[in-house]
Design a protein around this ligand. Sequence first.
Ligand code: HEC
Length: 106
Amino acid sequence: MKKTILSLAFVFATIAAAKAQTKIPPNIQKLLQKNTCLACHNPDNKLVGPAYKEVMAKKKYKPEQIVELIYKPKPSNWAGYPPMAPMSQVPKDEAMQIAKWMVTLK
Ligand code: HEC
């Protein structure tokens, strides 16, 4: 009985941990790394910039709007954060792939 309770607790803890930590698909991980987004952003946690989940929860952007914001950030959207530098070096198709993944985050 004690064992059952313990293994149930373990299962629930595992589920909770899996939920808290977003798995980034390998192709997106590569783009986020190459374009240095991960230096300032994590899907789940605030780093230098807001968590991507928080961005999506607050703003409900369409992918096109996210691409626009990568090239022309609006720091006034995120009071309390330092301004993100415009990242015009990110290729458009890569920005779009990142944006399309971002809108799937919940
Ligand atoms: C040097 C740190 C840094 C890097 C690198 C960086 N960001 Fe940001 N980002 C921030 C900060 C700080 C904010 C909040 C302030 C702002 O929007 O200017 C932000 C905001 C954002 C937002 C919210 C925009 C809004 O107005 O709601 C998105 C989306 C975003 N970043 C995506 C990206 C992506 C994608 C990359 C990689 C191509 C990236 N960021 C690279 C620091 C960074």
